[in-house]
Design a protein around this ligand. Sequence first.
Ligand code: PMV
Length: 331
Amino acid sequence: MTIAHAPGKIILVGEHAVVYGRPAIAVPVTQVQARVTVEEGEKEQGIVIVAKDLGRVFHVGQRESKSAASPLQATVVNVLTYLGLSLEQDLTIAVESSIPIARGLGSGAAVSTAMTRAVAEHFSKKLTAEEVSRLVYEVEKLHHGTASGIDNTVIAYERPVYFVRGERLETFPVGRPLSLVIADTGAESPTRIVVGAVRRAWEESKERYEALFDGVGDIAVKARWAIERGEVGQVGRLMDDNHRLLQDMGVSSSRLDALVRAARRHGALGAKLSGAGRGGNMIALVTAQTGEQVKHALEAEGADGVIQAEVEASKDLVPSPASSVVPEEEQ
Ligand code: PMV
């Protein structure tokens, strides 16, 4: 039996604007994981996917059109085809995940990544992170047509990423560890719907939205600079600024705002919604001293699940050249 895993992810800054070409920063969240096993099946059973959390079984056949296939089926078809292997296999693929669905934690991309890895390893094929990311992006595009590619990238590479749509991936060093508290509003919020609403608003008021996206892009540049140098307080302030711009874009909600306020009141260095918004998760940047109290405050405020996550400091600490990321006023 072959087993592969993939972590969840969270966007630190830059969601929505990233769809319009501005930079965003995302980090893996290893406290939640997707896990996929692949084993030989019964003779003639074909490829059977057992989605344990969904309580569903899918068969992979030659007949589904690409658009009719579920993301799980599409993932298997894509990786087998890419590896030049036949779809006429007898395999049982079991999928489990502790990543909440449709909450901005990258559950779809993580399941797809774990599955791609497990299938490739089962056939003793090596895929690079870049290949895995590309294959998963194909599936992401199929099911949420406007995906920027940030989820598959951060999850396949399992490193903090500074992501600009269509450009070569940049990872960067983390100067001091970042402690995060991630709290769920309990409201499902399909990314496709919120991204569609932002698109319509952008079409109606292009100038206003372009200015908001520029503001967010600027925050992402400064946040990278601050993360690289371990300026954690500055990262928190930038998260607060980013939340205000997301409110102006119309993607926050009263639940998200209440959780963000509670986190700040109880000592968070900064807090914002994360992911598509309107529901899903918020994140707070905390310290060793404030982590527990922020977590309890979010629970008391009615959060539906709170995760504490840590982004480790890099051992190979080489901040990027000043010219590429230093905000003008710092030069
Ligand atoms: O909610 P998530 O994790 O799918 O994040 C969506 C992030 C957006 O920027 C709103 C969309 C995207 O594809 O980048």
